[in-house]
Structures are given as C-alpha cells and as structure tokens.
Design a protein around this ligand. Structure first.
Ligand code: ADP
Length: 160
C-alpha cells in the first residue's frame, strides 16, 4: 500500500517554514499532498488559485508532491485520498497545545470511520520558527517586503 501524507493548512501564504516541513517529510512518503483548506465563508488575503500556483512553483520537478484544494473535514479528504498520515509542523508550545487537540479529534473521527489517520509532527527548523502566515500578511498589508519569508512571493495575487 502506498504511503501517502497530507499537509493541510490555509497557507495564506505558504511560507519558507511550510516549505521546509514538506521537504523534510518528503523522503518518508511515496506521495505528499499539500492540501489547501478552503472555507467559502473565510476571507483570504491571497487569491486561492494564486496560492495553489505559488506552491506548485516551489515544488516543480518533485513528481511525488501534488497540491490540491479541499473543502470540509480534513479527515474526509484524507479518506478520499487514501492517505494514512497527516503532516504538521510545530514551532512552539502554543502550536503544540493546538495541534494536540486537533490530532486527538482527528484520531477519534478517523477511528469511528474505521481507517485511522495518524498525525505526524516535525519541529520547525531553528531558523524558521519565527515565521507565521499571519505576521507575513501583516507585513504585506503595511507594504513591507516579504521575500525573506516566502519563496517566489511575486506569484501571489492579493484579493481585492
Ligand atoms: P492553519 O491555517 O491550519 O493554521 P497554517 O498555514 O498556519 O495552517 O499552518 C499549517 C501547518 O504548518 C501547521 O502545522 C503549522 O504549525 C505549520 N507551520 C506554520 N508555520 C511554520 C513554520 N514557520 N515552521 C514550521 N511549521 C510551521
């Protein structure tokens, strides 16, 4: 059976921290799907298609990585994709507490559906732990430069 991992997030935008987590998980999987969670009621700073194209540009040439958007429960998406693993990054204790609660909820939901999905964690790279999408958005909103936090940031289109 193929070993498939899903890295879910809103990725508004996808930062160098996210990129590093994907590259470090990749050798352990046959396939990694970067899954952009789309909530139709939520307003994103960057256009969804440009976020997808931006992420695709970062992993051009990596045949085992794909980028997809999904709506609804992450566990339902994992089951549709026959993925046994959810991949997450941890920066600090706040991430840990938040991620622990979500991992336990997902464990419960997936067990009920009879196909357990395991959540796996990697610690952030020590040089990237301060990067967060929300701070990057704040910098961009105030006309600051974000290129040291986001590779190929010129591909991102701001929603008007
Ligand atoms: P969400 O919208 O689900 O909060 P994020 O885009 O904030 O999604 O993050 C998705 C995942 O990436 C989470 O597991 C988060 O902890 C992780 N992450 C975010 N920034 C970094 C970083 N700088 N280094 C490592 N992991 C990170």
């Amino acid at each position: 059976m193929e070993r498939i991992g899903i890295f879910p997030g809103s990725f508004d935008p996808f930062t160098k921290g996210h990129e590093d987590i994907v590259r470090r998980f990749l050798p352990q999987f046959d396939k990694v799907i970067i899954a952009l969670g789309v909530n139709s009621k939520k307003k994103y700073m960057f256009d969804t298609n440009s976020r997808i194209e931006h992420i695709q540009s970062l992993f051009k040439g990596e045949s085992t990585i794909s980028v997809e958007a999904y709506e609804g429960l992450t566990i339902d998406f994992c089951q549709r994709k026959k993925a046994g693993y959810l991949l997450r990054g941890l920066r600090n204790a706040t991430d840990f507490e938040f991620e622990k609660a979500i991992a336990h909820m997902n464990e419960a939901i997936s067990e009920e559906a009879n196909s357990r999905v395991e959540t796996l964690f990697l610690m952030t790279d020590k040089n990237l732990s301060a990067i967060s999408s929300s701070i990057v958005r704040e910098i961009k909103k105030n006309n600051g430069k974000i290129d040291q936090f986001v590779t190929n940031q010129e591909l991102l289109i701001i929603n008007t």
